[in-house]
Design a protein around this ligand. Sequence first.
Ligand code: SDX
Length: 427
Amino acid sequence: MANTASLKIDDKSYELPIITGVEDEVALDISKLRGMSGAITLDPGYKNTGSCSSAITFLDGEKGILRYRGYAIEELAEKADFLEVAFLLIFGELPTKEQYQKFHADIKKQSIVDEDVKKILDAFPKSAHPMGVLSSLTSALTSFNPSSVNVNSEEDMYRAIVKILGKFPVLVAWTLRKKQGLPLDYGDDDLGYVQNILKMMFKSPSGEYKQNKILIEALDKLLILHADHEQNCSTSTVRIVGSSHAGLFASISAGISALWGPLHGGANQAVLEMLEAIKADGGDTKKYMAKAKDKDDPFRLMGFGHRVYKNFDPRAKIIKKAADEVLGDLGVEDPILDIAKGLEKEALEDQYFVDRKLYPNVDFYSGIIYRAMDIPTEMFTVMFALGRLPGWIAQWREMRLNKEPIGRPRQLYVGSPSRSFVPMENR
Ligand code: SDX
């Protein structure tokens, strides 16, 4: 591979350095392009534009490969637990037993949320979407933890990181229980990270919470599968907000808002609503396939397609298998799962989807498992955020440690040329 690319504009040639990644991806370094040529590049949605070099996650959309710090997602989902994967993503290596225990102990020390945060929660109507509540509460954490804003040393960053890993699950549980009219409480410091989350979310006020191994393993796996996905919409948001040196909590809050959208993490809720609509329509998948292909109809087959994967999303394969296992283990019969499988089969045989390489993505089956776990549909994207938290943290930390410049894209102006002001009486 040459180490420069030549660009010709009119009678001038410009040399652009070529950078090759670990997996032989090729990038043209255009950081000096405007200075050399006066030209910028234009790439709506950044489909062809890399925003950074990153050592955290690698994915190959053509081959359906996903690795966190070099480890295959299939291995991590089978052999690791969520807190172990969080440590791996954030610090770059799988933790030793001592590192794991210290990380968890440091997180537990930071898992109390100021009681005044409940007053903010009380101000929301019960009808409020939990993603909006969670984004607000996460941003509010800054007010109760001001030292987490100006983090320049790795020690300062570590303190902010264990704070959000300790407090975020509490905010998730409180957001759910507030909607359900249940008391807002804590879990138990003696429990594992995921066990503690389940207890905070589901403990009945009048009884002991019995841990269910199936739920623990299912949630562990789902959170691992959602933990990072390189420069997706919400992660890019976290990086660009963090690049202004806004604090970690403010950056995560912005990421939550980006994830909320139905084209992104909000798709897992939209998939269930779509499947429910198909079920209510007597299982008429053909009608929804036709809607998805009709250019005049804004409807899309939710849970299908992906900006990067033009093959099966490896996470979707794992989640589809887990859905069968979890529902079977829980003894849950859910016709929605059969509708989902029927829809997938139809789409994979349909020329429109084949031509556009539209396959099921991470959101297509995840909601079916959340539903079997008695998690309300409106909370599905919150569960996505809970899983994605370590990835957002890892990406924010990498951006800060690399001392990356503030994100500030250019534009191509296509508005009015220069013109003089006209007084209102003359308009
Ligand atoms: C996530 O980026 C990430 O990594 C995200 C994520 C992560 O882990 O962070 O993986 C999580 O967000 C998964 C995606 C969840 N979203 C959905 O399931 C919503 C439905 N999917 C689409 O809206 C769409 O596929 C996107 C948004 C996911 C990707 O859109 P792109 O890459 O911008 O592709 P596009 O809109 O240019 O579509 C290309 C063609 C178009 O048709 P033509 O104009 O070429 O005729 O495919 C069509 C689109 O209309 N198309 C679909 C479709 N997705 C794309 N048609 C029907 N149904 C769909 N779902």
